[in-house]
Ligand binder design. Sequence first.
Ligand SMILES: [Fe+2]
Length: 159
Amino acid sequence: MIGSEPPTPTGKARARLRRSRPSVSIRKRLTSGRAVMRHMGQSLVKAMEMALKAGPPEAAELVACECVVEAETKDHLNWELIELASKALKGDEARALKDAYEQVEEQEDEHLYHTTGWCRELWIASLGLPAVLPPPEEEKEFKTAIGAARAKQARKDML
Ligand SMILES: [Fe+2]
C-alpha cells in the first residue's frame, strides 16, 4: 500500500554526520526519553500484530495505516527539530545536520502527506462512502503542505 523508502543522507552529508556523531557511549545510553520512544514504536508494531490476528484484513489495514501516520508524524517532527538544531549550531555539526535535512526534507513531507491521504481514503471507504484510492496526494505527487491541502480539496473531482 504505502511503498516509500525511508530517506537516508548520502555522500557529503553522510560523511559529515559520521564525523560529528557522538561517542559510542552516548549513542548507546538508553535515556528515559529513548526508552519511552522505543516503547511507543514497539506498541505500534504490537497494535498492527493484534489487528492482523483479530482481522478482518480491511480493519488490520486501517490499523496499520494509523500506525504509519503516527510514525511519520513523529518522523516529520524529528526532521523539523534537526533543521532547528542545525540553525542553532555552528561548524561541522551545523553543516552535517543542514545537509542531512536538505536531502530528506521533501521526502519526509511526502511521506506524511501521502500516508495521511491513504489513511483518510481508507477510512472513507470503510464507512461505505466513495473513496479516492490511491489518494489524490499519491496521484498528483504533492510534496508540500499547500499541495496536500489542494489534493484533499481536489478529491471530489477524482471520485
Ligand atoms: Fe518518513
